[in-house]
Each structure stands twice: as structure tokens, then as C-alpha cells.
Write a protein that binds this ligand. Structure first.
Ligand code: IPM
Ligand code: MG
Length: 360
């Protein structure tokens, strides 16, 4: 059995970190004796420069013909002047929509050795371990109508936050299932005191909850959730929310884990899953060899678990990362007194070595 993995590094540090994650997958292939065929595709700003489009047909076909996608990040100041339809970000958005990746899992767990890397106080953050489940193919990102109309001061820009009951139901079922495998607590986040779309959201989630009596469901308004996430992060287990709220709250949740450079994600729903670090392209440090590759490496672990159904190999990769952190190696984003500063490639080396040791 040989699995095909599409590797889409994208732009900025997406390129640096994806290289290390791909090496980790190759180490797994060798160690576990599974056939992994990695093939690279171009996407985002790099694709705009080379082909005039953020998602060339060849890249979409490669993804559709693969068993899973390892994704880096897209965007950068060079393309910031472009209209939304032509921006690098369109590449990932079209991919999510076309592949029906409606469920985005973003686990945020504070590694015990990184407590002092979090800007939050130890007494607040120690032991935090939560999962944000973000709806990924609906809401403001894709709602119609959208546009800018009129002229002069009367010009009007608009997006639409819309969800069907069916869209809410499928993400809710997935979220209850995930919560069931965790601490059995699900917090659904909305803005139902203002938005009618949130009223439907809350109604449908509550209805679906009746099928999961073993999972404790509560509802929280998004502004309140934003505060509670940093004030008392341990109160959360699984968070379910719509696309835009999830985008914002998951960046906030990254602070709990110590750094954006540590948070992986899985986008699921259709036949082909996509795995990406939640951080962006970080143009300020791109190409300098200092970006943290652990979010990308942990995304590769999620790929092994969810798409290739190799939970044992996923565990090994996570354990290797664990050991590297316990040994005190840190990239700049999480550096602390008494630790050893390493760059992107060296961090990748350490994970690969620990992984090889786990296979011996
Ligand atoms: C994310 C990113 C993307 C999003 C961008 C790059 C389009 O911020 O994955 O969180 O907004 O979904
Ligand atoms: Mg985001």
C-alpha cells in the first residue's frame, strides 16, 4: 500500500516549515515501512508569480488524486495590493471549499515544559488543553451576496454571514463526536444576542446535542469566550464555532500553547484531508531559517492519524516532538532561559533523530 501526499509549501515560512514536516513523514515511511509518495505542488503567491493564479489546475488535480495534503501557508506583503479574488489566500480558500473540508480541528495544549513560554501566568494557563473546532466552508468567508457597489461616499461593501441548518448540523455532529473522545464538554460559541444566523446556530446545535446526552453542552457568546480563553483557559475542553469566530479564537488559543509556531490543524470533511500549521507566512522571518517547524510537524502527525489511519505512527511523531522539547531545544519564538536555541532545520534534525530512535 502506497499513500500519496500532496505537499504544498506555499509562501514565506510555509516553505521552511513544510520541508521539515516532509522529512518527518519520510522518516516515518522508512521506520514503519509504509509507502509514502510525496509530491510537491505550487499554491498561493508563488503560484500567482509563476502561473498568474493562486490555485493552478495542476495543483488542484494533484490534491484530488492524493490521500492527504500537507500544507504550509500562503500570502505576503508582495501580493497585499491585490483584490481578494486574486490574492494568495484564495488558493487555500478554494481548496477548502472544493474538497468540502468543512471541519477544522485546532488543538491547543500547553506542553508542560513550555509553561514559561506562554505570556499568560502559570497559575492561569498550566494544564490548559483544548480543541477549537472551526466550521470552515461557510459563514462570511463564502456567503453570498458579497461585493462593493456604488460610487464615492455611497460605495457600499458587504459580505454575508449565512448558514443552513444542514451545514450547522454536520459540523455539530462532528464536534460532539470529538468532544466524546476528549473530556466530554462542548462549548458552542456564537453571537446569538445580535445575529439571527447565530440564533439558528444555537438552535440546531442544541437539537443535535440531544443525540449526545453524555456530552455536556453549553453556549457562550463570542466576546465573552474571547475573554474567558485568556482569563480561565482550563475551563474549556472542546469549542465549536463558525468560520470567522473560529479564525479569531484559534489565533487567541495559540497563546495558551505558548506560540503560534506550535499549533497544528486538520481540515476534514471530504475524501482528502488537509493539514496545516495555523500560523501564517511570517514574512518578517521568512527564509531566515529561524521559524518553528513544530506546528507543521505536528500537522503531519495529524495527517498520519486522521487521513492515513496510522495512529501509532502519529503517536510516535508526537512523542519525538515531546522528547525534543523536554531535552530543552527551542526555536526563537519559545526560547527561555536555560534552553538551547536552534533554527528550523536543526529543530527538524532533532525530531528526526528522536523519531529514528523510536523506530530502533
Ligand atoms: C487561517 C488563516 C486563513 C483563514 C487565511 C490565510 C485565509 O488565517 O487558516 O486561520 O482566514 O482561514
Ligand atoms: Mg487565521
Amino acid at each position: 500500500m502506497t499513500y500519496r501526499i500532496a505537499v504544498l509549501p506555499g509562501d514565506g515560512i510555509g516553505v521552511d516549515v513544510t520541508r521539515e514536516a516532509a522529512r518527518v513523514l519520510q522518516t516515518v515511511a522508512k521506520g514503519a515501512g509504509v509507502g509514502l509518495e510525496l509530491e510537491e505542488g505550487i499554491i498561493g503567491g508563488a503560484a500567482i508569480d509563476a502561473h498568474g493564479t493562486p490555485l493552478p489546475d495542476a495543483t488542484l488535480r494533484l490534491c484530488q488524486a492524493s490521500d492527504a495534503i500537507l500544507f504550509g501557508a500562503v500570502g505576503g506583503p508582495k501580493w497585499d495590493g491585490l483584490r481578494p479574488e486574486y490574492r494568495p489566500e484564495r488558493g487555500i480558500l478554494i481548496l477548502r471549499k472544493t474538497l468540502d473540508l468543512y471541519a477544522n480541528l485546532r488543538p491547543a495544549r500547553l506542553h508542560p515544559t513550555l509553561v514559561d513560554s506562554s505570556p499568560l501566568r502559570r497559575s492561569v494557563v498550566e494544564g490548559a488543553d483544548l480543541m477549537v473546532i472551526r466550521e470552515l466552508t461557510g459563514g462570511l468567508y463564502f456567503g453570498e451576496p458579497r461585493g462593493i457597489e456604488g460610487t464615492g461616499p455611497a460605495r457600499r461593501g458587504f459580505n454575508t454571514m449565512a448558514y443552513t441548518a444542514r451545514e450547522i448540523e454536520r459540523i455539530a455532529r462532528l464536534a460532539f463526536g470529538v468532544a466524546r473522545g476528549r473530556r466530554k464538554r462542548l462549548t458552542s460559541v456564537d453571537k446569538s444576542n445580535v445575529l439571527v444566523v447565530s440564533q439558528l446556530w444555537r438552535e440546531v446545535v442544541t437539537e443535535v446535542g440531544k443525540d449526545y446526552p453524555d456530552v455536556a453542552l453549553d453556549h457562550l457568546l463570542v466576546d465573552n469566550c474571547a475573554m474567558a480563553l485568556v482569563a480561565e483557559p482550563r475551563r474549556f475542553d472542546t469549542i465549536l464555532t463558525e468560520n470567522t469566530f473560529g479564525d479569531i479564537l484559534s489565533d487567541e488559543a495559540a497563546i495558551i500553547a505558548g506560540s503560534m509556531g506550535l499549533l497544528p490543524s486538520a481540515s476534514l470533511g471530504g475524501r482528502v484531508g488537509l493539514y496545516e500549521p495555523i500560523h501564517g507566512t511570517a514574512p518578517d522571518i521568512a527564509g531566515q531559517g529561524i521559524a518553528n517547524p513544530l506546528a507543521a510537524i505536528l500537522s503531519a502527525a495529524m495527517l498520519l492519524r486522521h487521513s492515513l489511519e496510522l495512529p501509532g505512527e502519529a503517536d510516535r511523531v508526537e512523542r519525538a516532538v515531546d522528547r525534543v522539547l523536554v531535552a530543552g531545544y527551542r526555536t526563537k519564538d519559545v526560547q527561555a532561559p536555560g534552553t538551547t536555541l536552534v533554527g528550523t532545520a536543526a529543530m527538524g534534525d532533532h525530531v528526526v533523530h528522536e523519531l529514528e530512535a523510536l523506530y530502533r
